[in-house]
Design a binder for this molecule. Sequence first.
Ligand code: PLP
Length: 391
Amino acid sequence: MKIVYMDNNATTRVAPEVTEAMEPFFRELWGNPSSMHYFGGQVARHVEDARAKVAELIGADPSEIIFTSCGTESNNTAIAGAAEIYGRQARIVTSRVEHQAVLGPCRKLGQTGFDVVELGVDSAGQPDLGELRKALQHAPCFVTTMWANNETGVIFPIEEIAGIVKSAGGVLHVDAVQAAGKLPVRVDEVPVDMLSLSGHKIHAPKGIGVLYVRRGTKFRPFMLGGHQEHGRRAGTENVPYIVGLGRACEMAREHLREGPGKLAALRDRLEKGLIAACPSGVLVNGDKGRRLPNTTNMSFRYIEGEAILYHLSDLGIAASSGSACTSGSLEVSHVLRAMGVPAEFAQGSIRFSLSRYTTGEDVDYVIAMMPAIVRRLRALSPFSPPEEQQI
Ligand code: PLP
């Protein structure tokens, strides 16, 4: 059976070059980088080399890079640290369409008496900057928001957001987990204070992340213990994964030269092909002009996204859905809900996310397989009008 992996916003395959770079650190280079002896010194050099490569990808200084275990830890570190530094007199501003790794810690702070504001988005998934300006009238203010949305691929106007936050004297943390490697994410061009990255979204393994902290930004560590990462993140460094991430960042820099254009062309071919094959009751969710080049989120009216996924999976195609069946009822994605996507469309949403390994053949296979699935599911749907069953 042909296998097509189009769920790269969930995770990416580890690049063979990354595995190769990591291998010696599972075999002969197994020292602890904090050790004073030869074994330690030998690997510490490689950790610093990887730090420089990560810094280079985002235009940072290596001393501003902290290795963590994942994007979730990076986000939690930034948010919990801000709560500790600024206390309950601070306002925490985020958006309704964030990943749970931002919404979770913000909502927990809200439950413990913090003033938390969640900005709304418009029907294209873009944040309400008027609401942001209003929220920033309160001081001190900590803003935590995403660069690009994991479900729709919608890119937030981070330059503009950073300008607004900085001119109001606020502190800005950006979750760039989905943006890095797909767009230029440059902290030397955009004045963010903190920024999160995750290895497994850019062809490094799961279990390694980064928190960038601009020099001079007030910071509190989340993990307490040893003095690793200059006292900013305790815990013995995950050397093989750090080295792998360094290699993945190096490859991401190369990919950024031509990769995004190629990906966008494949994504557009997929989208157009699916719309041509299923012409009625289909919607593309999110701002088409400002989207990650690898992502499309499409809704097929009157059918369930999860049902489409099962059928796709039977044909060897991996994608993901914006709706999840929890205890018998279909729960629509909080992102599509915030955008006001009508329920009959939101329930049938599917995200296809491509990578540098996706081929034109993969795209054509999905285009060829989808119409029969949509037809079969619409025939079972009590709501689907006859003309939509005729595709
Ligand atoms: N932020 C965004 C936007 C994400 O898409 C994800 C993962 O899907 C995360 C944070 C969490 O990253 P990790 O899986 O490394 O914890």
